[in-house]
Design a protein around this ligand. Sequence first.
Ligand code: ZN
Length: 289
Amino acid sequence: MSRTGSNWQTTISKPVSYEGPGLHTGKPARVTLLPASPGLGVCFERWDLSEPQTVPAVPGNIGGSRRATDLECNGIAVRTVEHIMAAILWSDVDNIIVRLEGEELPLGDGSALTYVHLLQQAGLCDLHARRCEASVIRPVWTSQGDRHLIALPYERTRVTFLFLRKGPNSESGYLGSEYFDIEVTPKTFREEIAPARTIGFQWEIRTIREQGLALGATLRQAVIVGENGYVGPTRFPDEACRHKALDLLGDIAILGRIRGHFIGIGSGHSMNQELTRLIARDWKVKRGV
Ligand SMILES: [Zn+2]
């Protein structure tokens, strides 16, 4: 899983499965990863419906954002795809079928590590097709108030993130910030990014659950941010910021393998989705589509 720089497309060597509740729905789902042919990319399949339905991971299928990224095709949704998307790309897998019996991907341990381990268990195999790697071709950005997300041309893949820890209400202002910057490779992804768990703000937990979200998360699967810092043990001193970097990588993984420097300042899923659409639009313009 660490053959960086290979020119050949890959898939996994054998099917593997995992079962667990989804982050938001709390409903159990079974996911089975299967080998796929060259050029397929990442393709989700819903197998809990009367007939199996396919949902390819492409920018045109990005659905709504409710604190996660969903894919949608012909009215069929696959929810909370970001952690598995990041794990697939940065485990060096180009082509894979993600068969899901359920609507939402299992949360696992709240990070991308569950899927990294599952892919390691499946093993990698080369396919007889050249790998394609796209690049950010000009600066692209999106802003919402004081939150910004920028993509710049860069010869490798790099993520820089500034996590702004805002308080429970407008009077409490900023409680602090975290900064994280890394060149992303399969090794740095596995060791420095993948283990960072989903973020929960202590003051939001009840409201989010009343909205019917985060029903599948326990305190072990989340790093809880309180008014005076983290509540409970953490895996990294800046775990929340690293998870934001993970979410960003998972959302832009819908573009496939991509070189660029991605800089997030307080940004989240809806901005990641917007940036993904803007980059995809740039490519279409360049190709004259
Ligand atoms: Zn996440």
